[in-house]
Design a protein around this ligand. Sequence first.
Ligand SMILES: C=CC1=C(C)c2cc3[nH]c(cc4nc(cc5[nH]c(cc1n2)c(C)c5CCC(=O)O)C(CCC(=O)O)=C4C)c(C)c3C=C
Ligand SMILES: [Fe+2]
Ligand SMILES: [Fe+2]
Length: 326
Amino acid sequence: MNNNPIGVLLVNLGTPASPTVKDIRRYLKAFLSDPRVVELPKWLWQGVLHTIVLPFRAPKLVEKYEVIWLKEGSPLLVYTQAQSQALAQQLASDHVIVDFAMRYGEPDLAKAIQGLQQKGCERILIVPMYPQYAASTTATLFDRVAEISKTMRNQPDYRFIKRYAEHPAYIQSLHHKVAHFWQENGRPDQLLLSFHGLPQRSVDLGDPYYDDCQKTAEALRVSLQAEGVPIAVSFQSQFGKAKWIGPATQATLESYPAKGIKRVDVMCPGFAADCLETLEEIQLGCAEAFKQKGGEQFRYIPCLNDDPVWIDALATIVKERLGSWT
Ligand SMILES: C=CC1=C(C)c2cc3[nH]c(cc4nc(cc5[nH]c(cc1n2)c(C)c5CCC(=O)O)C(CCC(=O)O)=C4C)c(C)c3C=C
Ligand SMILES: [Fe+2]
Ligand SMILES: [Fe+2]
């Protein structure tokens, strides 16, 4: 019987350390240099990245990050930390140490793994904060854990959670968030579930992400059936000129008023924590685009963040995967 504590590491994408050109540039460089994220030949992409993307995109993002920045820091970081603390409380009696890290930037993933080892964890569960599996998010995290472990003489015993797109506890958390919001504020004409997009090519080559998003949506449709609100799916945050999976969130919203859909609620179930892509792109940008086309009411339903129902669900998902370890 191994009496050492078990490490549970929540990992999200990463975010700039501050809303400045220097830190945004550093973040974009780390993220967009990952061949799992931009699948172009290195010789071709590195030139474009350094001469076009970083010099032009980083300054444009400063104002966007400034608008969403919280007193405590970037929303993605603040909410991930809150999730980690709440989960730690929830699992306190299970001989588990919970921590969090980012795939790119700070808190550094390698340091977090070393920190858990120093606290005596010989077993570590890696929990991606992405319910839907994508090679550009989930697989690159698992690759990085393997890379970090390459130079270790005494490696931890790892477990990974690949996906929880249809896990009943996750769906129940989304259900609760939406149903609760409608109880307090009334129902809309339409609920739109907006997921982060992906290049079409990734899906054609076998990435299950698109199917995972549809499975989440279908499970939530079944769960919310009694509410009588139609639920649609769209994809946001297209990057670059290649074809991405669709329909695109903004175009979908802009098409609604002409079809008589004037009151819409938007939720982003693929993001466990609110971030630039939800707070700026959706809550601000898409709301304005919808209203310009004649939309009357746009409401953004926040991500699960550290909602107690979600932390309970996360504890369930984690405990299931810890299985024989506890
Ligand atoms: C080829 C480019 C990109 C792919 C593929 C991609 C997939 C992907 N991303 C997330 C989650 C997040 N992305 C975020 C920001 C962001 N994403 C890209 C590009 C790709 N993402 C860029 C260039 C940026 C930076 C902002 C911008 O320029 O628009 C974030 C938010 C970070 C924050 O600081 O708040 C998240 C979260 C998923 C889930 C995903 C694939 C499924
Ligand atoms: Fe509630
Ligand atoms: Fe992204």
